[in-house]
Ligand binder design. Sequence first.
Ligand code: HEC
Length: 621
Amino acid sequence: MNRTVVLVISSLAIIVLAGIFLFNPTDTAEQQRMEKAAELYDQYCNTCHSGQVAEAPLLASLQVLSKEALVKTLTTGLMKNQAALLSPEQINDIADYLASADADAPTAATQGNCDDTASSESSRAPYPITNWGFNLQNHRYISSEQSSINEENVHQLKLSWVFAFPNATRARSQVTVYGETLYTSSPTGLIHALDRKTGCIRWTYQAEDEVRSAITIGLDEEGKAAKLYFGDFKANIYAFDLANRSLDWKVKVDDHPVATITGSLNLFEDRLYVPISSGEVISAMDSTYACCTFRGAVAALDANSGELIWKQHTIAEEPSEHGKNKKGISILAPSGAPVWSSPTIDEKRRLLYVGTGENYTRPTSKTSDAILAFSLDTGEIVWSQQALTRDAWNAACVIPGAPNCPPEHGPDFDFGAPPMLVTDESGKDWIFAGQKSGMVYALDPDQKGAFAWKRRVGRGGIMGGIHWGMATDGQRLYVPINDQSVWPADKNKPPKWGLHALQIPDGSPIWSTIEEDRCGDEPLEWACAPGISAAITATEDLIFTGAMDGWLKIYAASTGKEVWSFDTHRDFESVNAVKAYGATVDSDGPVVYENQFFITSGYAKYGGKAGNVLLAFELAD
Ligand code: HEC
């Protein structure tokens, strides 16, 4: 063949191939399938995932997940009710439409890869961090025995390793620490035991559903780590045996279909105290849903057997019909008053304190937005003090005229941060509680919780005000304020983004460090702001914080002056070969131990930005 013929033939071949490529019938079918999937997404998902429902992750955050993770979420996970009307094919198509091709490298993140596993995990270690609040009174205080980081050396803190949770748009399980091992969990329900120094994986355990809370460590008689306790999104409680690395027992503590565990469990005298919350605020968005039937509760379980010792609802009365909504569907009340943070133990009075959230429907109860005291022994509610009456709200309220939004329409001022029990210098005990309204309260445990003082610290909002947790060294109360501009309680007041210190016991202000907006003037697709929603942590002379815009800051406890900072809103290289990125810091707080400090970044809810990392910082020599 001469060159011209070859050229003509190859050109023809290219045209034919290009034709096949451009007009490929299967390709058109694929396009149509994706167009249909986009329509389904608009019809069934977009109402909530476009920013209207604060709690729902934005579309961009769903697009970082793998197909497998999306299908699981829609069939058996978080979104199974929202996708109930879809066929398996439609779910498959929506998952293909949303899925990210490079979502994960699961094997790298789900298999042990440390060199010397058993030895260092089982040796005895002093000063472990065994629960979310660092003590039974939820002080979130790290002693100088536990950590050597202080105002003099804090500038030496450097990023030492990054662990990335695969298929995650958020990282929110605060680590607990025993010796050389960290325990944490992930949105896929995978529990990780990580090496504290390198982040390598000692072992993993797959729970049935997402575990949002910190993993509580149970010690044996010699003080060695023996058991792990945690609760999942389906209200299952697990006891995991460390010696055999196997499940000891698992029990479901609430039969309500959307009951869930958000707060961490507290272990005291061989009993586990379990806070019970729910996702029914979201179910209420469906106008054909008979809203609402969930009541918050606390349960006490035998830590050895999982047997239920007592369970007490925050609302005594069972919900019954109170009229119908505009669609003719029954309205059920009273409902709500969930408990979504870790219970506080009062050994002296043999009481347990929790804060509650709002009611979901009208009529409201006297125990919503309240501090409740339960008898440790019987579960009886010994007293309750309500901070705000008639607060009825559910997520239907974000849609104008939605049938299931109660007439009160909020303001949804939960106690999300657990109450703290503190003994002042004179030996008198106080309960300090921070509310989403931006208010801090002092209650007198010797006067059935009567309010001793109330102080406004932030302007408040649906995410706080005070959201997940304050901290105390016994002399001062450190109050993080979120004051998001997206859902403020009062737009006319200036936000008090940042950290505030109050004197114990009278609550007089000592200092306030108000942060400037660091997000720039460009319009962003997420609710970037310098407010502190995540829980904070105090040491003898430092306060550790993480903000919604991804900045970590450490402040001097005496003055509120910033002494260290780090921006987590960036990509990282992870030790487990999973694509790693940080963004919004929310929910769980910093954990400080020896010369290290650990915190998660990424939280694709409430307008926050997706991320999936656990960061370890260490004092560089
Ligand atoms: C009624 C409001 C609502 C509807 C409708 C809805 N979602 Fe959601 N979705 C939420 C909320 C709220 C969350 C977060 C829940 C939580 O974390 O407790 C969520 C979470 C998710 C997650 C989990 C993200 C993660 O990081 O794990 C995925 C995936 C998801 N939704 C996909 C969908 C898809 C696809 C549809 C449509 C078939 C849909 N959702 C419909 C409100 C909704």
